[in-house]
Design a protein around this ligand. Sequence first.
Ligand code: PHE
Length: 488
Amino acid sequence: MYNNIIRREKVIKNNPRKSIHGQWSSKLIFIFAATGSAVGLGNIWKFPWMTGENGGGAFVLIYIVSVLIIALPIMMAEVFIGRHGKQNPVASLKYLANESSSFNFIEVDKSLNRVRSKRQSYSNYDDYSNWQLVGWAGIIAGILILSFYSVIAGWTISYIFKAATGVFDAISLEQSQRLFNDFISDPEKLLAWHTMFMIFTCYIVAKGVRGGLEKAVKFFIPSLFFLLICLAIYSMTLPGFYDGISYMFIPDIAKIDSNVILSAMGMAFFSLSIGMGSLMIYGSYLSDKSSITEVTAIVAFADTFVAILAGIIIFPMVFTYNLDPSSAGPGLIFQTLPIAFGAMPGGSIIATLFFILLFFAAITSSISLIEPAISYMVEQYSLTRAKATFRMGFITWVLGLGTILSFNYLSEYKFLGMTFFNLLDNFTSKVMLPLGGLLMAVFVGFIVKRNIVEEELKLNTIIFNSWRLIIRFIAPIAVTLIFINGLI
Ligand code: PHE
C-alpha cells in the first residue's frame, strides 16, 4: 500500500488531473488495513465502558442493531465513495458530486464503458462542491479523535511496562484502582506516553512504513482473537461469570432511553471507523474487482466479534469484584484486567502480551485517524508526507494536552457537565461521526447517479434495492431521529 500512496502522490504532484489510480495488491490487504482501523481501543477499552455506563444488555442490543441496519450500509457507501473517487476524501466527494451533476458525461462514459479514463478530461473537476465539507469535517473529526485516542493509547504503553515488571502480581482491587488513579493524576507521565504514541504514529505515517504493519495485522489480529478467547475462558471460571453474562446479554428494556440509543449508535460509528473518511481513503486503494459488500461485511463482523468478546471478559470480572459497571468510567479495563492477570499463572507474560497487542491495535487505528488529513494536505498543497504529518501531528499532540489535564488538574472544570475529554469523546462519537455518516448516505443515495453506484457495487437487484432503501431513507431517518431525541 505504501508504494501506492507514494505513486499516487507523485502523480498528483506532477499533474493534478492525471489518473490517480493506486490499488491494493489484493482484497486481503484492504481487509487487513480496514480491520486494523476498526479494531482498536474502541472495542476493548471503550465498548465495555460504554456498555457499563448505558445499562448493559440494552446497550449491546441496540449496538448490534445499529451495526446491522445503520453502520454497515453506511460503511459500504463510504468505501464506495473512496473507491470511485480514488483520492483524498475531500477530492473524492468533489469528484463524485461533479461527475453526477454532469449528465452527458455519464452518458458518454457509459457508452464507451471507460468510466475511469474519462475522469481526467472532466472539465468541472476543479469546481467547488458543498459535499467537500463532509470531507473536511471528517478530517477535523479524525484529528479530534486522535488527540484523545493517543492519550489512552499512551496508557496501554505504560501498562505494557507495568505488566512486564510484575506490578500486577496478586494485585487486589483497591491496589489496582489506586495504581490507575495515581497514574492518571500524574500529567507528566500521561504527557510522556501520549508524546511517545504520537511519535510512533507520525513516524509510521510520515515514512509510509505501514505496508509492513498492514501485513502484520494478519498476524496480530488473530493473536488478539486468540488471547481474548483465552481470557474469556478464564472469565468463565470466575464466580461472577453468570451475572456478567446476564448483565451483557439480557437486555433490560426499561433502561433503553434516547441517550442509550444515541450512545450505542455513536459507538457503532466509532468502532467501525465510519463517518470521517478513513474508510474512504482505504477504499480508494481497493481494487475494482473486489466486492465492497463482502469486504465491509467481513470487517464489521471481525470488529463486532472483538467488542463482544471484550465484554464477555470484562463483565464477569466486574461482578466478581463487586464493581459498579455504571460508574467505572474510562478506567474500567485498566482497573479490572490487572487483577485477573495478577491472579492467573504466568499472568505477567499474558498481561504484557495483551497490552502489546492492544498497542498494535491502537496504532493501526491511529494511522487511519490521521490519514485523511495527511492525504488531503499532500494532494492539495503539494506538501511532502513528512511535512504534512509533522504539522497535523503537532496540532493533535497539543490538543491531547486538554485530555491529559482533564484527568487531573482540570477534572473539575466542566462544560455542559462534561470534562474536556468527555466533551471531545461525546462530540465526535455522538455528533460528528453520525452526521458525517448521514451525509455520506444521503450523498450516495440521492446525489450520486444510481448507475454509477450499481456498477461499482455489482449486487443483485433485490439486495441492491434494499441497500439503497436503507441508505436513502432508513439510515438517514434513524440517525436524524436518534440524534434529535438524544440531544433533547
Ligand atoms: N475504530 C477505531 C477503534 O475502535 C477508532 C477509529 C474511529 C478509527 C474512527 C478511525 C476512525 O478503536
